[in-house]
Write a new protein. Sequence first.
Length: 315
Amino acid sequence: MTTAIPSTIPHGRTARRLEWPHLPPAVRARIEEHCGSPVTSAASQGGGFTPGFASVLTCEDGSRHFVKAASSAAQRMFAESYREEARKLRELPDGVPAPRLLWSEDGDWVVLGLEYVAARPPQRPWRADDLAACLDALETVATVLTPVPPALGLDSFADDFGTWPAYWDHVRATRDLPHADEAAALAAGFAEVVGGDTLVHTDVRDDNVLLTTDGRALFCDWNWPCAGADWLDSLIMLIGPRGDGLDVSAVIAERPLLRDVPPDHVDRVLAVICGYFLKSADDPVPPTSPHIRDAQRWQGDVVWDWLCERRGWGR
């Protein structure tokens, strides 16, 4: 039985976000124009690690809207992320399990109006039924988004993550991990096994998932997808559940996108992800995201423990 790795991360309460009163009056007015009714309440979404505005707005007419916003001047990096998300969402075909983009603005503020969905995040610790819904949805993603829609113009997974193997230089210099050299060698060969023409979300985790009342999973935050093998998102999806104690080996053995992937291919991807998380955990803590390094450290520890188990390495 897989042992859970303890965590003190306050799931669902990791973000420090702009609130509705923080938005300039002109921006609030434009949002209300799009909504078609004055906003009477705003519930900020506490998951994630970015400081941009992300709230469910309830209007005077009873309608609900999910709106994201970031200042192009004061939050340039996050505004660019929202800008890219809007561009990607406009190109996603019907059938992709994701809330629809209804409108967007791009100027002094980047603002996105997305379909409101009555839903909840996966429970933590992860439950098998929530994970199964997510993996079912990722199989739909792989079907609908293979090949990648040409208008998206995505880079490959190998190119987007090409710098990650070098993070093992930092890890080996700062941590006394047995088998670190072997892990670094695995990571160095990841590009050989991740090729493909499926859109890979790359950031599938509990705070980017909505579980609807009828049991479907929808994925949010389509900011930085790339093109790669159809099994990559399903593997990445298992990190949190594995850390929470679920038997992901059994899951891999039964899921159609994962069961026939050569074990060495899985290990190479786990190794490159592990190096990224362990290195990033040592970066300075940004004031707008106080929990991000703890979350990265936990994920790095989870993937390291998982990789050691798969390779038969002593911890």
